[in-house]
Design a binder for this molecule. Structure first.
Ligand code: MLT
Length: 236
């Protein structure tokens, strides 16, 4: 039987094997929710990069560039990391370069996997349905916060575990933990996450609507997948 495992933070990624494995990267608040939204609104590609300098180099080559650090837009870049920024006709068909505090770093660290997919609550069922058809094991990589575990990405991992539990064996305790956490919190995710670190961080910056938006389940069918150095929308 195929296995599903959960890596609770990129700092633990070396403990997991990538062979024969599809990695689903999740940074629910907000990088991967933002990417899923961008593709749903017609962005052509997103190059995820780990550093601001790399993002600048893409910007110099004509890419639209998005840079976020500590939940704020970095000066000199066109775009930030809010899903609402990408609900704009003007980004349709464009190539974007993006760097974020945790999400893009987690994607770049996953490159040796069979495939790297971008997951969020917004495209949860699309990801689950696709994985059911694949022969590979799954590793959910939670982007966390600067090496620490966070609640929202662990809850996403648990939601995917719940959707896949009849077709996959749970590899390790992190998958069991994530599944049980989601089971406990799923009826009221906002309440369950009250006081979570990144919710407090975002609220301090006055960013409230992104929180409720990113917790919506199954809004889009789009699956961003890494092809070479770029994310593109998987062909239906
Ligand atoms: C990240 O990559 O850490 C984030 O998406 C942070 C944020 O802007 O909310």
């Amino acid at each position: 039987m195929k296995q599903i495992d959960v890596c609770l933070t990129p700092d633990l990624l070396d403990l997991h094997r990538m062979e024969n494995t599809i990695v689903v990267v999740a940074d629910v608040f907000r990088a991967t929710s933002c990417m899923v939204t961008a593709f749903a609104y017609g962005v052509k590609s997103i190059v995820p990069v780990a550093t601001i300098e790399e993002c600048q180099r893409y910007q110099e080559r004509g890419f639209l560039a998005a840079a976020e650090r500590n939940a704020q837009k970095v000066e000199g870049f066109e775009l930030d990391n809010s899903p609402f920024t990408y609900m704009d006709e003007r980004i349709r068909g464009l190539d974007v370069a993006m760097t974020t505090t945790n999400g893009t770093l987690a994607i770049t660290k996953s490159r040796s996997a069979v495939k790297v997919l971008v997951g969020s609550f917004l495209n949860l069922e699309a990801i689950a349905s696709y994985l059911r058809t694949e022969p590979y094991d799954v590793l959910v990589l939670c982007a966390g916060w600067k090496g620490r575990v966070n609640l929202e990405d662990t809850l996403f991992a648990g939601a995917l575990v719940e959707r896949l539990k009849t077709s996959y064996a749970l590899a390790e305790d992190s998958a069991i933990m994530a599944g049980r956490l989601y089971e406990q919190g799923k009826d009221n995710l906002i309440g369950f996450m009250a006081n979570a670190s990144h919710i407090r961080r975002l609220q301090k910056l006055g960013i409230q609507k992104d929180i409720t938006y990113c917790l919506q389940h199954d809004l889009y069918d789009v699956i961003p997948v890494l092809r070479g150095t770029s994310l593109v929308a998987m062909e239906p």
